[in-house]
Write a protein that binds this ligand. Sequence first.
Ligand code: UD1
Ligand code: UDP
Length: 362
Amino acid sequence: MNVTHVVGARPNFVKIAPVISALNEAKEDVNQVLVHTGQHYDQNMSGIFFKDLNLNQADEYLGIGPGTHAEQTSSVMLGCERMFEKYQPDLVVVVGDVNSTLAAALTAAKMQIKSAHVESGLRSYDRSMPEEHNRVITDHLSDILFTPSADASRNLHQEGIEKHRIHFVGNVMIDSLINQLPYRPELNDFKMPALRGLQKNKYALLTLHRPSNVDNPSVLSKICRELKFLYDEMPIVFPAHPRTRIQLKNIDAQHLTICEPLGYREFLSLESHARLVITDSGGIQEETTFLGIPCITVRKNTERPITITEGTNVLSDPENLSGLIRNILSNNDSGKTNALKYWDGKAATRIAEIIVSREWMN
Ligand code: UD1
Ligand code: UDP
C-alpha cells in the first residue's frame, strides 16, 4: 500500500510522527512517503522537530515558504499534484488545520485519491479563524476521518457526514507527548542563557501566535500589560513564534523573558514544570490538560472544548487575564484534570489498524 503524508507546520510534525511510526510497525507492507511543504522552514520551527520526534528527513520538500493564504494554498496544491503523480498514493494522510492540510486534501480530492484527516471534527464555529475553514473543508473532502474526542465525532455527525467515514481513535498529539516526555531535558540543562535558573513550578510559560492576538500591536500590547503584575511574582518565559517576534519589536515587553521558539523536548520540559501556561495555541491547550497544568487560552472560543469541561483550560479576553491569573495563583488545586478517553498514547496504533484494514478502499 502506498501512503503519502503531507505536513507543513510545527504542530503537523508533532501529529504525524506517531502515525508514521505506527504504520512502520504494522504487519502489512506500507510504503510511506513524507512530503514537507515548507510552510514552516526555520530550523527551530521545523528541522529540530524531526530530530526531537525521531522523524526521518522528509522525502520531498516543496519549499513554499511564507505568503498570503491564496499563495500558500495554491503553491502547496501545485507541489502536491506533482508529488501525487510521482508517488501514486493509495491514500494521502493530512493532519491538523493549517493551510498545507487543506491544500493537500483538496489536491487529493481533485485527483480522485482517497485521503485521511487526522484530528478531524474539531470546530470553534468561528469563521474569522482561517483554521476553521481549513477544518471544515478538509473534513468534508476526506474519506477517513480520525477524531481525537467524542465531541469531534458528534460535530461530524451533525454536519451529515456518513458514519462509516468517522473513527474515534484518540489524540495523536498526546501520543507524541507520552513518547517524548521521558527525553525532556532538566530545566538546569537548558542551553539558552535566558532560560537557566528557572525553578519547577515557579515560572509562567507564554506562547502567542494567533493573528487576532499578535498582528495588531495594540492587542499584543494589552496582553503584555496584563502580565506586568505577574512579573513581580515569577519569571514569564515567552518562546516567541516568528509571526509574533516581528510585532514585539514595537512593544513594551521588558518584563517578559523572550526567547526563540524551542524544540519539542525543551518545550515539553518548560510546559510540564510551569506554574501556569498562557497561550493561544491549539495543541498546548491539550498538552496542559493532559499534564494537569493550569492553562489560560487568550481567545474567545476553542475548537477543543473538552480541555475546558474535562481539563485545566479557561478562556480569557486580553483584559481579563490578570484576574484569571490571580485566581489560579491563589488556588493550589487549579490544575484539576480528568483522564480523557483514548488520550492514552495509542491513537496512532488505532489509526494504523484502520488504514491497513483496507476497508476504506471499498
Ligand atoms: C500557521 C497556521 C496556524 C498554526 C500555526 C502553528 C495557517 C493558516 N496557520 O500559522 O493554524 O497554529 O502555523 O505555529 O496555516 N515564519 C517564519 N519562519 C517560519 C515560519 C513562519 O519566519 O519557519 C513567519 C513568516 O513571516 C510568515 C509568518 O511567520 O509569514 C506566518 O507563518 P504562517 O505559516 O503563514 O502562519 P502561522 O502564523 O505560522
Ligand atoms: N511547541 C514547541 N516549541 C515552542 C512552542 C510550541 O515545541 O516554542 C509545540 C507544542 O508543545 C505543541 C505544538 O508545538 O506540541 C503546538 O504548535 P503551535 O502552538 O505552533 O500550533 P497550534 O497547535 O496552535 O496549531
